[in-house]
Design a protein. Structure first.
Length: 173
């Protein structure tokens, strides 16, 4: 499946194995991923397996996950995802931006493009997202998208930490 989403500054294309070097650069950076549940990628091979799984998902007639590479001026700056719930009416938004591009609004712009695509092309009516309670950058993105914090709890386990963390959930009304 070939989809291209274009915003004022960004181009989003299906994420796949051809993005290995860029994805591994930010997914293996502990500072970039310190609040992530699934990253960091421990090895280039782990990143390659992840991208192969993503590619196989794109080949399904009805993908459950829509993972996009985010480009700015022909440079990959991160990736964003829509993870559909079984009812296909709700989806979780997720993103990771290379820290070299933090603070530039790319996560907000890319996530908004996914919300628009999800509503228009996939019929999604409800969006939600999660983040570590200390991930100020992520929950500010959620707030800029119009999302509202609806719950928080203990028990989050970030991959790079053994600490028991607090997690926030945001929903788009």
């Amino acid at each position: 499946m070939r989809i291209e989403l274009v915003t004022e500054r960004l181009t989003l294309v299906p994420l796949g194995p051809e993005h290995l070097d860029a994805v591994h650069a930010y997914s293996s950076d502990l500072e970039n991923t310190r609040f992530m549940v699934h990253f960091p990628s421990g090895s280039l091979e782990e990143t390659a397996r992840f991208l192969q799984d993503v590619s196989e998902e794109w080949n399904k007639a009805l993908p459950e996950k829509y993972e996009f590479a985010v480009f700015h001026l022909d440079r990959m700056v991160g990736n964003v995802s829509l993870l559909l719930e079984p009812d296909r009416a709700s989806a979780e938004l997720a993103w990771i931006i290379n820290q070299a591009y933090w603070g530039m609004g790319f996560a907000t712009e890319a996530a908004q493009a996914l919300i628009d695509y999800g509503r228009e092309a996939l019929g999604i009516s409800h969006f939600f997202a999660h983040c570590d309670s200390e991930n100020i950058g992520s929950y500010r993105v959620m707030e800029r998208l119009g999302m509202i914090r609806t719950s928080e709890w203990n028990g989050r386990k970030n991959r790079s930490s053994d600490d028991d963390r607090r997690e926030y959930r945001y929903d788009l009304p």
